[in-house]
Design a protein around this ligand. Structure first.
Ligand SMILES: CC(C)(COP(=O)(O)OP(=O)(O)OC[C@H]1O[C@@H](n2cnc3c(N)ncnc32)[C@H](O)[C@@H]1OP(=O)(O)O)[C@@H](O)C(=O)NCCC(=O)NCCS
Length: 185
């Protein structure tokens, strides 16, 4: 997996040994996981298990604050279950609460989209969120995704609650046009 670098962040592979404490520090926060559908971590052992069983097999990046070297979030691309047989992947992310609101996830997402469309050669990147997650909806908009519609009660979160799912997608052609308009190509 390739390390990505932005102005303020480095996106790199997680380490079970070195990063579990940083992950636990933000993943125990009840404002982080439940917004993305997962339960707050109960202990460092659980954080280690997530790194080993979820982040590493899926090539999920660790988001590192370059200034402090701290692991402050995760971002990754997973197979798009709604578009089988199509070069499409689904973006997901979360970040430590004390780093919210500084444009950092938009910065990380921008780098991952470039990687998705250039290095991976994907045709489509998708993302979903819940109607109440206004911060994530704003990040999704800022990244240029197009809203497709709502699947009613389509996501069962960790506590059994059913959530509506807002679906968004971005085609390679749309991303390329936006890049050209930004003067990047
Ligand atoms: C969603 C999340 C990744 C956003 O990260 P972030 O680094 O704060 O995002 P950014 O700073 O790039 O952008 C956040 C935007 O939301 C806006 N915002 C903040 N609070 C808001 C609110 N209550 N309502 C609407 N918009 C809000 C910010 O103003 C900003 O937009 P702006 O740049 O136009 O001002 C972060 O809040 C998080 O980790 N949440 C918990 C996990 C999660 O929800 N993951 C996503 C699951 S789909």
């Amino acid at each position: 997996m390739k390390t990505l670098e932005t102005e303020r962040l480095r996106l790199e592979r997680w380490s079970v040994r070195k990063d579990a404490a940083d992950l636990f520090a933000y993943a125990q926060d009840p404002d982080v996981g439940p917004n993305a559908g997962w339960a707050p971590h109960k202990n460092i052992r659980e954080s280690k298990m997530r790194i080993r069983q979820i982040f590493l097999p899926n090539d999920t990046w660790k988001i590192v604050d370059k200034e402090t070297g701290r692991a402050i979030g995760s971002i990754g691309l997973e197979p798009d279950a709604r578009r089988p047989g199509i070069r499409s992947m689904e973006l997901g992310y979360s970040m430590a609460k004390d780093y919210w609101g500084r444009g950092l996830m938009t910065e990380a997402g921008t780098a991952v989209l470039e990687y998705a469309f250039t290095d991976l050669g994907l045709e489509i990147v998708t993302i979903t969120t819940g109607p109440d997650n206004r911060r994530s909806r704003r990040v999704i908009e800022k990244l240029g995704f197009i809203y497709e519609g709502k699947l009613r009660r389509a996501f069962k979160i960790y506590d059994g609650t059913l959530r509506d799912v807002l679906c968004y997608s971005l085609f390679r052609s749309e991303w390329e046009a936006a890049e050209a308009a930004r003067g990047r190509t």
